[in-house]
Design a protein around this ligand. Sequence first.
Ligand code: NAP
Ligand code: GLV
Length: 306
Amino acid sequence: MKLLFCCAGTKPEPWIAGLRAALPAADVAVWEPGAPAADYAVVWAPPQAFLDEQPGLRAVFNIGAGVDALLKLRLPPTARVVRLDDAGMSVQMAEYVCHAVIRHFREFDGYEADVRQGRWSYRKPRSRADFAVGVMGLGVLGSRVAQALRVFEFPVNGWSRSPKALDGVRSFSGREGFNDFLAASRVLVNLLPLTPDTQDILNRDTLSRLQPGGYVINVARGAHLVDEDLLALLDEGHLAGATLDVFRTEPLPAGHPFWTHPGMTVTPHTSARTLRDESIAQIAGKIRALEQGEPIAGIVDPVRGY
Ligand code: NAP
Ligand code: GLV
């Protein structure tokens, strides 16, 4: 069985060593143009030429959870696209989102600014009941985030395509449930996949529906958010702030207003990183299962787009 590795911006040597150790019977190599036909590929942002050269691939393993970029390419007709299924990402995402929510709710930025000026100050405690958090997307990452927020006793709403039953999480679903979900939420966390249905979903209309003093946390994809609508709602005071980890153009271009806007926290697409060892173990396990004819989790539905 032959496996090719083709991941832009990723040092290949440790991946190749890890994949060889996990799949000793496999012939594992870094892709180079003209490589012999392979059965499996491990990819991130591969060039179209790679996929065109490998029409016989049985499965293409994406070393990320989001497959929006991969699905824009022309894929081998028989290849299944397999996304990372947690592989250590959900706990990172839960940390990141809880940190952002708590930092905003407890006004830690304000305290930090005061302390820097040598000021011993108190702010009036805020009521958790006034800070309902709405989580868009209750999949592998969103459901973990929703459950982590419940540990801190925030009211938590969740929105997904199909209804969900998560302990302590109020479930909204489908287009018909979207406006009620927004109206019930003050803090909005986006963990949707980027698809034609969800592109630009964070816009003036939807963000205006959040409760006054709303706060936006986008950890999914930059193209979910209409940047200028967010900026306008911040300037108008309907939104109190935002934490953004993902952007339409990455790296965030120099001079973009997000870098300096007050109330805005920016991080460089780092909320849930791909962990090499966990990812290799998951991919190797799935290849072994496929070789045995067994089903695997994380196969992407190309029609749904996630
Ligand atoms: P997932 O398991 O596929 O979950 C997707 C969730 O979104 C599901 O609950 C799904 O509903 C819901 N959904 C999809 N389309 C919808 C629509 N049109 N309306 C309402 N709900 C919809 O994905 P995941 O593993 O949690 O990852 C989510 C996204 O996070 C990824 O696609 C990626 O873009 C992003 N991500 C970002 C980072 C980072 O570092 N910033 C890291 C990893 C992932 P159903 O359950 O009903 O199908
Ligand atoms: C990162 O953004 C991922 O999709 O895994």
